[in-house]
Design a protein around this ligand. Structure first.
Ligand code: LER
Ligand code: MN
Length: 269
């Protein structure tokens, strides 16, 4: 199996719980490198609030690739999203999202469209929400064919909009943009998909990125998801990108990160 193993780190402090390490990016990157991770996925709330050159230099010096950039904290911490009823908020979300593009281009990283798509207000029709989201994606991903973007179906308790692989596939079919695919996450699929392996097979080459967490969002191996069959299915559909651990720091960040890579390496060997 030709997968690389990554882990999600947050560059800025975040209230999102499924992150083993946040802040002090230099120290965290070298820790993950020492544990044997092939890459680090960076969750960045606001690229304008960090010294991007410093960050680029730090990652270049560490020699560790950045396979993906998470953007959801703009919604989680600030409420910016693509389907907000107020145009000014939608515009701010689009501007924020676009500010990730230079970093993604430099790292050849996939930009994630997770929670930044937003949650549908009770007064907003599904049709209008879909229109807002598609317009935002055409204005962003549609203008940057040099970068890949991945829509993440997220479970019903965290969003009410694009929860299943099927909904995600229908959206990218409507968009018809070569550079937009899916990010599948085992934690969400375990809640929403009748069969994770069937959904992975259905998404096939449209899977641009992959998150792993067990059924309890702890490290793979700590719950009841069958990762062996998931990795075999990914391999069968030709997936060759990163498997990125997005897990709760339980009992602590270092231990969770270490247990995750030990379990994943064992399954891949
Ligand atoms: C992010 O990748 C994720 O999985 C969501 O649950 C929250 O952002
Ligand atoms: Mn995820």
């Amino acid at each position: 199996m030709n997968f690389k193993i990554g882990i999600v780190l947050s560059v800025q402090p975040a209230s999102f719980t499924a992150i083993t390490h946040q802040g002090d990016i230099l120290a965290n990157v070298s820790r993950m490198k020492a544990l044997g991770y092939d890459g680090v996925e960076l969750a960045i709330r606001d690229p304008n609030q960090i010294d991007r050159d410093d960050l680029l230099n730090a990652l270049a010096q560490s020699g560790i690739p950045v396979p993906a950039i998470g953007t959801g904290q703009a919604f989680g911490e600030e409420g910016l999203c693509f389907i907000h009823e107020e145009k000014s908020v939608r515009d701010q979300a689009i501007a924020r999202f676009l500010s990730h593009v230079p970093l993604a281009a430099a790292w050849k990283a996939v930009i994630i469209i997770g929670l930044i798509r937003g949650q549908r207000a009770a007064t907003l029709s599904l049709q209008t929400a879909e229109y807002y989201l598609e317009s935002a994606l055409r204005e962003t991903a549609g203008q940057h064919p040099e970068v890949k973007f991945a829509i993440e179906p997220i479970n019903r308790y965290e969003t009410d909009f694009i929860r299943s692989v099927d909904e995600g596939l229908r959206l990218i079919d409507r968009l018809k943009l070569e550079n937009v695919g899916l990010l599948l996450d085992t934690f969400h699929m375990n809640i929403e998909e009748p069969s994770m392996v069937t959904s992975i097979a259905l998404a096939g080459e449209r899977i641009f990125h992959f998150h792993v967490a067990d059924s309890n969002r702890w490290d793979p191996g700590a719950g009841h998801i069958n990762f062996a069959e998931i990795l075999e299915t990914l391999d069968r559909v030709g997936y060759q990108h990163y498997i990125s651990a997005e897990i709760i720091p339980q009992p602590d960040g270092d231990t969770a990160a270490q247990q995750a890579i030990i379990h994943l390496r064992r399954l891949l060997s």
